[in-house]
Design a protein around this ligand. Sequence first.
Ligand SMILES: [Fe+2]
Length: 249
Amino acid sequence: MFSFFKKKKQNEDEDFDHALPITADMHNHLLPNLDDGAKTVEESLEMIQGFVAMGIKKIVMTPHIMHNFYNNGPDTILPALELMRSKVKELGIPVHLEAAAEYYFDEVFFHKVKNREPLLSFGNNQYILFETAFPTEPINLKEGISAIQSLGLFPVFAHPERYQYIQNDFNKAKSIFSTGALFQINALSLVGHYGKAPQTIAEKLIDLDMVHFIGSDCHKPKQLEDLVKARKTKAYQKALDSNLYNQYV
Ligand SMILES: [Fe+2]
């Protein structure tokens, strides 16, 4: 049933625009007033409409959950999801909204996983999106990944290209990849939105076929313009040629 994901193009002369487009975004901060993403319902709607204009049909919104900083959980995220679902319905915006979270990998998250507490997941309740601190790889990262896997879930490592520890030592990316964690790069990295180093690493991950998901990680309406540009880059189009998991969301 997934044969149409095969990268083989029918015609070698076919240009990049003909690759299968991404129609689901699974990493963004579009839910209003929960983190450093959308500040208002209006901003959220502006971004949702921007996504729809790009051809996105399904949006899994993933607010930060970070102990003592973004104290989100089902109690804050699910009502915000319901609110935005009612708004898009009211306005007739053709999009399907879901919500999960972007977990910050810290001791609190680690213990939550170890204690087998329920987590906010997406894609038939199988994917768990998490990020780490930017400068240093957490000492128990691999143990945490393995603990998530032992719950029967697939850990999704958010934006590997943005971490300094991976920019400084690409072997760390390979080592984390070998755990079976799924890699999600940010589309915005491909236009240098975060600087040259993340762009270089993101392109390298695509070249090495180490990308499972592409997410927007969109926080603000003004990022929409760069997202449109990112979707036209050769690197993005090349990534579409691989079996991206966005299609399973
Ligand atoms: Fe994010």
